[in-house]
Design a protein around this ligand. Structure first.
Ligand SMILES: [Fe+2]
Length: 312
């Protein structure tokens, strides 16, 4: 049986706190309620794991980013969700929260955010201090969320390592490259399946959610204590060589080499994979597509190395 999700809800408005309890306390979720930050920290320190902290943002009382930062110190494994009265106050918390909710509360959105936060908590636990073969199986589990990408992470790792050997990447970089290639999309645990499996073009709002997966993945890898080389791949695998990618817009050599390699291997595999309603490109067609993006999206040296692998 799945572990119960323990959620600490901190909110000064008694009606709102009560609504949160009513919305969340079912289906394997247990709610601890606190009216103030101090009460919340006392509960966090009081023993027993708290998987998710859902904190109402009260700028008037100064409890917002300070409280969330304190939660990070007292209970670093707890995944933080912010609850906001107006969209502007969300920006104040910066990168301190995994997801944001808004008043008036949408029960379904609140449950989905908490369940996703629990999934993130479990992923960090699954990755922490693990051997390579375990990391691979965790990557395969994440991949199952999108059934059309089965085998994708293994193939990306395989092609990435071959490109690295053509380029002559030093041996110490290849372990991080393999793990980073396996786990590059693990941040997709934060993307709802309805968006991941959405047929056709995404709306701008849906795409904005998808674009968060590199940061979510990097945060998971960092929290799990994976090496910086792996974190960098997860964070930068959607940057473009010309600087037009995300999340940072870094370009050229600013993007770590391993991330430039995974970017090429990832898109090449996606281009050649069959989809439910469309066959993938054959090798020659895919090479033409990659050639068009050489020097724009992709590092020309890495694309040339891929061509070397394919022709070899
Ligand atoms: Fe990705």
């Amino acid at each position: 049986m799945a572990e119960t999700t323990r959620i600490l809800c901190v909110e000064s408005d008694p009606d709102l706190l009560h609504s949160l309890e009513k919305l969340l306390a079912a289906d394997g979720r247990e709610v601890l309620a606190a009216f103030s930050g101090a009460e919340g920290i006392a509960l966090l320190s009081g023993g027993g794991p708290v998987h998710v902290v859902l904190a109402g943002h009260r700028s008037a009382s100064g409890e917002g980013p300070e409280f969330l930062a304190e939660v990070g110190r007292v209970s670093p494994a707890s995944v933080r969700i912010g609850l906001y009265r107006e969209p502007e106050s969300e920006a104040v918390d910066g990168g301190l929260v995994y997801k944001s909710l808004f008043v008036p509360l949408d029960g379904e959105a609140a449950r989905a955010a908490v369940d996703s936060a629990m999934e993130r908590f479990r992923l960090v636990e699954a990755l922490r201090g693990k051997e390579e073969d375990v990391l691979r199986s965790v990557a395969q589990e994440v991949e199952l969320r999108d059934p059309y990408t089965r085998g994708h992470c293994d193939r990306v790792a395989d092609v990435a390592l071959k490109i690295a050997s053509v380029i002559g990447m030093p041996g110490e970089g290849t372990a991080a490259l393999r793990c980073g290639a396996w786990l590059h999309d693990c941040g997709k645990i934060g993307v709802p399946e309805a968006i991941l499996n959405h047929p056709g073009k995404l709306t701008p709002e849906q795409f904005a959610v998808v674009k968060r997966h590199p940061r979510w993945g990097a945060e998971v890898a960092r929290d799990a204590g994976l090496p910086d080389g792996v974190v960098d791949i997860l964070l930068h695998h959607h940057e473009r060589f010309d600087g037009g990618g995300y999340p940072s817009g870094a370009g050229g050599q600013e993007i770590p080499l391993a991330a430039r390699i995974v970017a090429v291997a990832d898109v090449f595999d996606a281009a050649t994979a069959d989809r439910p309603y469309a066959r993938g490109y054959d090798r020659e067609e895919a090479m033409r597509v990659m050639a068009v993006m050489r020097g724009g999206a992709f590092d020309p040296e890495v694309v040339d190395a891929l061509f070397g692998v394919l022709k070899g």
